[in-house]
Every structure is written in structure tokens, then in C-alpha cells.
Design a protein around this ligand. Structure first.
Ligand SMILES: [Zn+2]
Length: 303
């Protein structure tokens, strides 16, 4: 099985120098994957701008138009936490396309990873917490619309609850939302996923992996998805600026292996996105994100 990786140069746009969102990480991740021969250039796929109708499968036309044209009101703009620019609007759309392409590649080849994605705090008519459009929800609905899949499982292991995704699919039985997140972290008001596992502050590798291993196999048997989306946020790491858990690099690597091998061994294709990860040590952060692709390469080689 060949690992497919999705990247676009527009994943990176400039932000004010002191902004806490680590924007350069997307390109640095792609560079690291190539420099360490985790992938070759032929394994990289380039997404194209998506038609607006696909974004509107999830988001209201008013919100999509206002965001894309830069006319969103100040309060909604502030809630996103990223200063608007034409480049950022373009980046937002191309990152959504990246997750759609990742999902299509996963269906074709079994396993594919984006080098961005996981904007799970975005709701239909507003964005929040650095999330503008909900790429996971849009990709899920797009693949359903294209009749490529019917049942989808979203495994959201970012340290923050996937509140937007949970809300979007709360009355939709075709998409099962599973979120494992730190109970005492953003968002303050949690939504109800199909399965929520709130975790205590300070949980370590073994505690975390034990809980995940308890739930994932049963979930796959119960849901029998045509496709799994995996949000591999690394803000679960002990040195993350916004997380409150205590996973190590080794623990995150074991987590990615556990998710990918459990799904692929049972025959379920997996589309992964990198999710959140925040820190001043950008090299350390990029390395943590690359653990997903390293694990994916190893698991793919077994099939
Ligand atoms: Zn997060």
C-alpha cells in the first residue's frame, strides 16, 4: 500500500510576527517529510480550489460569502482569532480541498494524510478557535454527495473537543463523531458527539493509549464505516502551549500507529489530517506532526 500525502504551497500565508498560530509549520512539515525520505515527491498530491457549493454543504452561503470577501462582521472575525486577508481566505478554501482530496486518495489507496486540516471548531454560520471552515465535515458530506461513501467515522484525537463537527452531525446517523479531548480545555461549552471521552488534565502516554485501545476496535465494529477520518492533533503533547495532557513524542507515535493499524487491519480506509499543535519550538512541533506520516509509512508498508 502506498502512502499518499496532500500539500499545497498556499497552505502557508503570512501572519503578524508575534501571532501564536504557528503558520510556517505546514511547509516545514512537507520539507521534513521529503528531507528524511519519509515520502518522495511523487507521493505528494496537490489540491485545487473547491467549488463554493461544496463548502456550502456545511456552511451557510452568507457566512461563506462574507468570509471569502472579507466582509464578516468584527465580532465573528474576532472569534476566529486569525486576521483576515485575501491570502488567508484562499488558504482556507485550499485546505478544505486538501482534506477532500485526502479522503478520495484514502478510498483509492487505503491510507492518505493531509499536511494541514482538522478545523473542527468551525460551525455552519461562524468560525472559532483558528477554524474558519470545517474541512472534516465538508469532506465527509462531499464524499457522500459523490456517492463514494455512505457511512463515516470521525476519530478526533485533537486535545480540544471537535465541537463544530459534533454539532454539524448531531442529527445525522450517517456520520459517527468520536472525540477524545481534555475535559478542562477549550471550548468552554462542549457539544455532544456520538461518543465523547473527556480526559483528565495531565494524563500520560499509558493512560491515554489504554483508553483509546478500549474504545476504537469496538467503535469500528459498531459503525462499520466506509471511511475513517482521523484528526491527529498533537496538542496532546506535554510541551504544547494550549494542551493540558502529558503525551510524549513516543506516546503520540504509538497513538498514530494504534489508530492506523487498527483501522487498516480491519479493512477500513483512513484519511488523516494533522490537527492542532502549538509551540514556540517550531522544529519540535513539526517533528511531532511528522509522527503521523512516519507511522502511516510504516503501516502502509505492511499491506
Ligand atoms: Zn486543538
Amino acid at each position: 500500500m502506498k502512502l499518499s500525502v496532500v500539500y499545497h504551497p498556499d497552505y502557508v500565508v503570512s501572519l503578524p510576527a508575534e501571532h501564536r498560530f504557528p503558520m510556517p509549520k505546514f511547509k516545514l512539515l512537507r520539507d521534513l517529510l521529503l528531507a528524511e525520505d519519509i515520502i518522495t515527491p511523487e507521493q505528494i498530491y496537490l489540491p485545487e480550489l473547491p467549488p463554493r457549493e461544496l463548502i456550502e454543504l456545511v456552511h451557510t452561503p452568507e457566512y461563506v460569502k462574507a468570509y471569502c470577501e472579507g466582509t464578516l462582521d468584527t465580532k465573528l472575525q474576532r472569534r476566529i482569532g486569525l486576521p483576515w486577508s485575501r491570502e488567508l481566505a484562499q488558504r482556507t478554501c485550499i485546505a478544505v480541498a486538501g482534506t477532500i482530496l485526502t479522503a478520495q486518495l484514502a478510498l483509492k489507496y487505503g491510507c492518505a494524510c493531509n499536511t494541514a486540516g482538522g478545523t473542527h471548531h468551525a460551525f455552519p454560520s461562524y468560525g472559532s478557535g483558528f477554524c474558519i471552515f470545517n474541512d472534516l465535515a465538508i469532506a465527509a458530506k462531499t464524499l457522500q454527495k459523490q456517492e463514494l461513501v455512505s457511512k463515516i467515522l470521525i476519530v478526533d484525537l485533537d486535545v480540544h473537543q471537535g465541537d463544530g463537527t459534533a454539532w454539524i452531525f448531531q442529527h445525522d446517523d450517517s456520520v459517527f463523531t468520536f472525540s477524545m479531548h481534555c475535559e478542562a480545555n477549550f471550548p468552554g461549552k462542549k457539544q455532544t458527539s456520538d461518543l465523547d471521552i473527556p480526559l483528565p488534565v495531565g494524563l500520560d502516554d499509558d493512560g491515554y493509549l489504554q483508553i483509546l485501545a478500549q474504545h476504537l476496535p469496538d467503535l469500528l465494529t459498531e459503525v462499520k464505516p466506509d471511511l475513517v477520518f482521523f484528526d491527529a492533533g498533537v496538542d496532546t503533547h506535554v510541551s504544547d502551549r494550549l494542551g493540558k495532557l502529558c503525551l510524549t513524542d513516543r506516546g503520540i507515535y504509538r497513538r498514530e500507529r494504534l489508530v492506523l493499524s487498527t483501522c487498516l487491519a480491519a479493512g477500513y480506509p483512513v484519511a488523516s489530517v494533522i490537527g492542532g499543535g502549538y509551540g514556540k519550538d517550531i522544529q519540535g512541533l513539526v517533528y511531532r506532526h511528522s509522527l503521523l506520516h512516519r507511522a502511516a509509512r510504516e503501516i502502509c508498508a505492511q499491506y
